[in-house]
Design a protein around this ligand. Structure first.
Ligand code: ATP
Length: 375
C-alpha cells in the first residue's frame, strides 16, 4: 500500500508572500494525497532568504543546504526583499544559489491557461494556452551572479557563459518533454530561442541545440531570435509547444508568459537537475501585497503539483501523480466556477482560495472513486 511511503520535503518558506503561501500549499498537497490514499509528506521547515540573511548573516545556511540535499524534493515559497541587499547592491536570492549548487539545469515553466482567468489578449485562442518554457538555469548570463565587476566607478561587466554540456542537457530535457507532450496530443515541436545573429555564445547554443534535435527525429525543431519570440508570444502564443532558451532570456519570457495567463499568481515552476529539484512559483516575494492576505496561492499549489508528479515518476508512485492531477483539477474547477482573486479584480485571497480548493479536492472524482472522502 503506497500510503505507507513517506517523502522528505525540504520546505523553504522564504520571505514576503513566499512564507504566506507555503503552508496552504502543504495543506493542499496533503489533502490531495490523503484523498488518493497516496504517500505522505514529511516536511522540514528550513531558513533561507532576506530575513535569514539579516538574522544570521547568510541567506542560505549550511544546515538548510544540507537538508535540501538530503531531501526527496525541495518546496520553496519565494525569497528576497528589495531593501535587503548584498554590499554589491544585488538582492538576496538563495533560489538562484540553489540552482547552481544543486545543478538544477532545467527550469520548467508551464504557461497553461485556466478557464475563467482573464488573459490580456483579445483573441479567444489565448484562453486555451498550453506551452512550456524550458529555461537553462545553471549558466548563461546568470553564471555571472555574484561575480560581476565594477571598475573604477566607470564601467561594469557581467559575462554570459554557454557550454556544450549545459546546452545539450537542457536541450535534451526540452526535447524529452516535447516527446511526452506529443504522446498526449501535443505538437511535438521545440523552439530554440536565442540571439544567434549577434552573439557567438548564442550561435553556439543554437548549434548544440540543432545537434541534439537531430537525435529526436520524431519531433520538429525550429528557431526564433529572442526579440521575435517576445513578439510571437504576444501575437500568437498558441503556436508554441516547448521553448528552450538561455537563462536570462528564460527569466524574462517566463514573466511575459505569466502575464498571458493572468499574472504571477498563476505561474508555477520547477528547477530540475539529475539528482535534486526545487519547486516554486514564478513570482517573487511581492512586498507590495505581503501581509495583506491578498496573494494568490494558485502558482504555489500548481508548483506543488509539479513536485508530486516529479516524485511519482522518479519513485514509481502513480498515486502521487493522481494527487497532482487532483490539485490541478480542483484549481481549474474553482476558477471555472467563478472564483476571482485580487489581481484579476476579485476578492479571494490566500485563505479563501485555499479553503475552496481544499473543499473541491475533498469531492473531486467522488462518484466513481472507491476512496472515501478525506477524513
Ligand atoms: P522577483 O524579482 O523576485 O521575481 P519581482 O519583484 O519581479 O520578484 P514579484 O514579487 O513577483 O516581482 O511581484 C510582481 C508583481 O506581481 C507585484 O505587483 C506583485 O504584487 C504581483 N504578484 C506576485 N505574486 C503574486 C501573487 N501570488 N498573487 C498576486 N499578485 C502577485
Amino acid at each position: 500500500m503506497t500510503g505507507d511511503r513517506r517523502f522528505r520535503i525540504a520546505v523553504i518558506p522564504g520571505d514576503g508572500i513566499g512564507a504566506e503561501v507555503i503552508g496552504p500549499c502543504l495543506a493542499v498537497l496533503e489533502g490531495a494525497l490523503g484523498r488518493v490514499g497516496g504517500p505522505r509528506l514529511d516536511p522540514e521547515i528550513l531558513a533561507a532568504g532576506a530575513g535569514t540573511y539579516l538574522a544570521q548573516g547568510t541567506a542560505l545556511p549550511e544546515r538548510t543546504l544540507a537538508a535540501a540535499r538530503a531531501a526527496d524534493a525541495i518546496l520553496l515559497g519565494a525569497a528576497g526583499l528589495p531593501d535587503v541587499r548584498y554590499p554589491d547592491g544585488t538582492e538576496i536570492a538563495p533560489q538562484i544559489e540553489l540552482r547552481f549548487l544543486l545543478d538544477l539545469y532545467a527550469g520548467i515553466r508551464p504557461i497553461r491557461s485556466i478557464r475563467g482567468v482573464p488573459t490580456p489578449l483579445a483573441d479567444q485562442r489565448a484562453a486555451a494556452l498550453d506551452f512550456v518554457i524550458v529555461r537553462e538555469s545553471t549558466e548563461g548570463l546568470f553564471a555571472s551572479h555574484g561575480k560581476g565587476r565594477v571598475r573604477g566607478d566607470a564601467e561594469a561587466e557581467d559575462r554570459l557563459r554557454i557550454t556544450r554540456r549545459g546546452t545539450a542537457r537542457v536541450s535534451d530535457a526540452a526535447l524529452r518533454l516535447a516527446r511526452s507532450r506529443k504522446a498526449a496530443g501535443g505538437a511535438g515541436r521545440v523552439t530554440c530561442v536565442d540571439k544567434a545573429n549577434v552573439f557567438a555564445s548564442m550561435a553556439f547554443f543554437r548549434k548544440v541545440f540543432d545537434e541534439r534535435a537531430r537525435q529526436f527525429p520524431d519531433l520538429s525543431g525550429d528557431h526564433l531570435y529572442i526579440d521575435a519570440a517576445a513578439l510571437e508570444m504576444v501575437r500568437a502564443p498558441w503556436r508554441f509547444d516547448v521553448i528552450v532558451t538561455e537563462n536570462m532570456f528564460g527569466d524574462i519570457l517566463s514573466d511575459l508568459g505569466a502575464g498571458l495567463i493572468g499574472g504571477m499568481g498563476f505561474a508555477p515552476s520547477a528547477d530540475i537537475g539529475d539528482d535534486h529539484a526545487v519547486f516554486q512559483p514564478c513570482h517573487g516575494t511581492a512586498p507590495d501585497i505581503a501581509g495583506s492576505g491578498r496573494a494568490n496561492p494558485t502558482a504555489m499549489f500548481l508548483s506543488g503539483a509539479m513536485m508530486l508528479e516529479w516524485l511519482a515518476e522518479r519513485h514509481g508512485e502513480p498515486r502521487a501523480a493522481e494527487a497532482a492531477s487532483l490539485v490541478r483539477q480542483a484549481v481549474d474547477a474553482v476558477f471555472a466556477d467563478g472564483m476571482r482573486t485580487w489581481e484579476i479584480g476579485g476578492t479571494a485571497g490566500i485563505r479563501e482560495v485555499t479553503d475552496v480548493v481544499l473543499a473541491r479536492i475533498a469531492v473531486t472524482g467522488a462518484p466513481d472513486d472507491p476512496m472515501p472522502a478525506s477524513p
